[in-house]
Design a protein around this ligand. Structure first.
Ligand code: ATP
Length: 257
């Protein structure tokens, strides 16, 4: 008997993310949409660098995957689930996002910031008297694993930029996501701190985490990611391996001009 063919996103491996012709609202200031037809499939366990000039639509794309930017047309699925109002709470449990700047509470300790990652999974009465010992043990364990055991009780404001980014990543892991989206996780970090953060992401990726990170440094993208998406004016101009990124990036610059 003839079987109906399955949509492409059900092929062999179960994809983490599928976007088909994704478009956001028209912006009069841009005289176009911020996203103008983004199509791509990300498989579980991939490490993808998202590249492009300022204003190319990278952050808008990441935010659209969490329902933070309304999708006007096209579709986006996370592990088969379509991104729409009713599914957003479920999708936000699957995806951890690190916004530009990290978004930590500066006056809280590193440990308390990491514990904040649990807030979405606990009711307010459950956290009224503090987090339970299992949550605290997991947060401490993550800080230990990320080389921050001695900084657990430090006020976050007093930590270095690289330490703060590692705390922010530990906080994301408290929600047990399967996909991490990171918007410029190494912005403002020196060479050593950049390496610490990127190696931490590589380690998580080796453990099976899907990593999608906006990066501005092509050499870093080439070192850590296996695939690159180069955005230009709300579209993906290049989707492929990380060889010759400078050449592909130059093409994006020429299109921009
Ligand atoms: N809420 C908004 N209202 C109006 N314009 C917006 C809004 N959000 C984004 N834009 C515009 O959409 C375009 C894409 O922005 P986006 O922040 O996604 O770019 P980006 O590639 O992440 O840039 P950067 O590298 O500077 O972070 C920009 O021109 C931006 O000004």
């Amino acid at each position: 008997m003839h079987q109906r063919s399955q949509p492409s996103y059900t092929a062999s491996v179960h994809p983490a993310i599928v976007c088909v012709d994704l478009q956001t609202a028209y912006l009069p200031s841009l005289r176009r949409s911020a996203l103008q037809g983004v199509t791509c499939t990300i498989q579980p366990g991939e490490f993808v660098a998202v590249l492009g000039l300022n204003g190319a639509g990278k952050s808008t794309w990441l935010q659209s995957l969490l329902g933070l930017v309304p999708i006007q047309s096209g579709s986006a699925h996370v592990h088969y689930t379509p991104i729409q109002a009713a599914t957003i709470p479920q999708i936000r449990r699957e995806i951890g996002i690190l916004f530009q700047g990290g978004g930590l509470v500066p006056q809280l300790t590193a440990l308390d910031n990491v514990l904040c990652g649990r807030l979405g999974q606990r009711s307010s009465w459950q956290t009224l008297f503090g987090f339970d010992s299992r949550d605290r043990a997991q947060a401490s364990q993550l800080l230990h694993q990320f080389g921050l055991r001695d900084s657990a009780h430090q006020i976050t404001r007093r930590l270095s930029g690289g330490q703060r980014q590692r705390v922010a990543i530990a906080r994301l892991l408290m929600q047990s996501p399967s996909i991490l989206l990171l918007d410029e996780p190494t912005a403002g970090l020196d060479v050593l701190a950049t390496r610490h953060v990127m190696e931490l992401l590589a380690q998580l990726n080796h453990q099976g985490m899907t990593i999608i990170s906006v990066l501005h440094d092509l050499a870093i993208a080439q070192t850590y990611a296996r695939r690159a998406l180069i955005f230009e004016a709300g579209r993906i101009l290049y989707d492929g391996d990380c060889h010759n990124l400078a050449v592909h990036f130059k093409t994006a610059e020429q299109v921009e001009r």
